[in-house]
Design a protein around this ligand. Structure first.
Ligand code: KIV
Ligand code: NA
Length: 275
């Protein structure tokens, strides 16, 4: 039984066996993936996936703390990383530190993740110098959809140089790994070969040092939309709806509950028992 890796252990996986990760938002989901993942991310995707928000912009510190605590209770082997929500870190390194410390203190997360490249480098260095391991996130950064102009592929053409500069800046600033979201595969490979920290791909390349997906997407539970980069490894949404429709039919037919689901007046072999 191995204990959870630390950010330095994840960093040391650069160029080695692929790093496996998923998002989680609840204790049972965390338990399901604990033995299979190197790290688990409490993503701010929780806002869209579990709370029905139209984007991640409405996610609060309170939501991240509650879901982070739930996920922490389900993990024993995988490292816990938690997203900093929109508005909790962009204003200043000091603001970022205060909120990162709150997230780590309340959830026990080993590291935080924040979105942004060169413009977040000073903040990343400030956090790392003060004991907060940082996973960066570049390429498509969903908290910036309103300035990026939607969920487009990032880093094509002229954007390639910027992505590489972003990757170098956050690596130099001391981030222990970086998520590359929705960038051309060849660019993801170039970044992976260029920087000394692991790249975690989502809509990037099999050549990245690791992969991540939103767990509800890959289980087929979140079906509102399916990005091209999502592969459904299950169809839990369909299975769940079938189960619910069977339940509804049995209730309407009075075939559920059946005798084995109901209680007698007396416990068998006792008098006045709880039954
Ligand atoms: O919030 C999230 O789920 C994420 C991952 C998809 C990288 O940031
Ligand atoms: Na996120």
């Amino acid at each position: 039984q191995k204990s959870a890796p630390l950010p330095d252990d994840i960093r040391a996986m650069k160029g080695g066996k692929p790093i496996v990760s998923l998002t989680a938002y609840t204790t049972p989901m965390a338990r399901m993936m604990d033995a299979h993942c190197d790290f688990v991310l409490v993503g701010d995707s929780v806002g869209m996936v579990l709370h029905g928000l139209p984007s991640t912009l409405g996610v609060t510190m309170e939501m991240m703390i509650l879901h982070g605590q739930a996920v922490a209770r389900g993990l024993e082997h995988a490292m816990l990383v938690i997203d900093m929500p929109f508005g909790s870190y962009e204003e200043s390194p000091e603001q970022a530190f205060a909120n990162a410390a709150t997230l780590m203190r309340e959830t026990g997360a080993a590291a935080v993740k924040l979105e942004g490249g060169q413009h977040m480098a000073d903040t990343i260095a400030f956090l790392v110098a003060r004991g907060v391991p940082v996973m960066a996130h570049i390429g498509l950064t969903p908290q910036s959809i309103n300035t990026l102009g939607g969920y487009k592929v990032q880093g094509r053409d002229a954007g390639a140089d910027k992505l590489l500069a972003d990757a170098r800046a956050i690596s130099d600033a001391g981030a222990f790994s970086v998520v590359l979201e929705k960038v051309p595969a060849s660019l993801a490979d170039s970044v992976t070969n260029d920087i000394p920290i692991p790249t975690i791909g989502i809509g990037a390349s099999a050549g990245c040092d690791g992969q991540i997906l939103v767990v509800d997407d890959m289980l087929g539970l979140f079906t509102e939309f399916k990005p091209k980069f999502v592969k459904r490894f299950g169809n839990l949404g369909e299975d769940g709806e079938k189960a619910i429709s069977a339940y509804a039919a049995e209730v309407r037919a009075r075939s559920f509950p059946a005798p084995e689901h109901t209680f007698a007046d007396q416990a068998p072999g006792k008098s006045g028992g709880k039954g």
